[in-house]
Write a protein that binds this ligand. Sequence first.
Ligand code: SF4
Length: 449
Amino acid sequence: MNTTTSESRTGLVEGLMARFPHIPPEAVLKEDLLRTGIDFDDSALTDNLDGEVKPKSYFIFSFDQKPLAQLGEAARRRPPEEIALTGGPYALRRTIVSVRVNPDSPYRIARDEGGSLLLSLDGRAVADVGLPPMPEYYRHELANGKTVMETAPTIQWGYLIYLTVLRLCQYFGAKEECQFCDINHNWRQHKQEGRPYTGVKPVADVLEALALIDRYDTAKVSKAYTLTGGSVTSTVDGLAEADFYGRYAQAIEERFPNRWIGKVVAQALPKADVQRYKDYGITIYHPNYEVWDKRLFEIISPGKERYVGREEWHRRIFDAADVFGARFVIPNFVAGVEMAKPFGFATIDEAIASTTEGLDYFMSRGITPRFTTWCPEPTTPLGRDNPNGAPLEYHIRLLEAYRGALEQHGLKPPPGYGVAGAGNAVFSVSSFMDTLAPEEVTVEEAVPA
Ligand code: SF4
């Protein structure tokens, strides 16, 4: 490693790599890319669905650090969905990173004189960049002209089919929307730009898109699907939340029995509703609790507090374990929002202590939360006030705390995420899987004997 001043971003990254040698350097760089975003040279953009590189699908949130209208060429020619980093001065093992665009980032991807794509930080090359190939199933359209990319995009290097079947959340406005979430704004901006962006995806469209994936994904890279979208506080198409999302699972499992692992990201619902998810064919349930601290939960997720309440949300997570089995209830939290100004913890120590308390609370009962790295999207209250996200050191210490909690509670990585470990992990929106020992927990293995 070179000797860079501690003020530069390179100095920060390398300083943390040196201070936390037991955290893979791949994870340190990945966390910084996820919280900061990347500036893309025009030569690193895709030709949308006409080229050889899989474009960014905008599968639920924008995950960009500037609005589409300010992305220039990257709004006309999409960036890639993900990148695969290797080599460079840190000798990186293959690291899959979700793409978040930020024209002001110190990270930049461009081609060198020989035409190779490189990631640079502060102007110095730090990794070779591989791009995801266009999957054959993206080259085929539905009979009504809709694209597979819009209807059933795949992420995590093709592992996960991401079915945002409801593009809007019924938690609406400042008093209900989660303060880090731009789902409703993202819907508006894509509509304004005239992009195809379906509010409620018809079941028939989803099945048709999945049939194309099933047909052309002959190597069976796709292993799971996630059904998700906004929270349903009243009804959609006359259906309450469990039946709205459940009808897709039922149709998918009838048509493609056990072809993929079925997951749903939804509110923490009462046990009878959760049982319906199970009966519809879902295997893994994500009732995301977003942030652990009681005061912050009420501020950051006011809709969840209002419609369910924090204690009830947690109680329902445990009730769901009776239905699915503890290993199959995997609530997410958004790593970093607990440090967002003006309400968040002032110190990294306090934030890590709080989040670890939450990890212990769930893991001591056999439930394995997971997390995604906060992307401070500019149209959200937290992103507007914290354009630089949370400190990188917080993210690295969280990886350390998460791994320590898993070990302390004798738990393995959550099932349904592929192989863990640096060089293996495909989970692209956090490096928690990159940080764990190399092993895979299959759904079959996770079932208690
Ligand atoms: S529940 Fe919160 S995070 Fe989920 S879509 Fe609604 S506002 Fe966004």
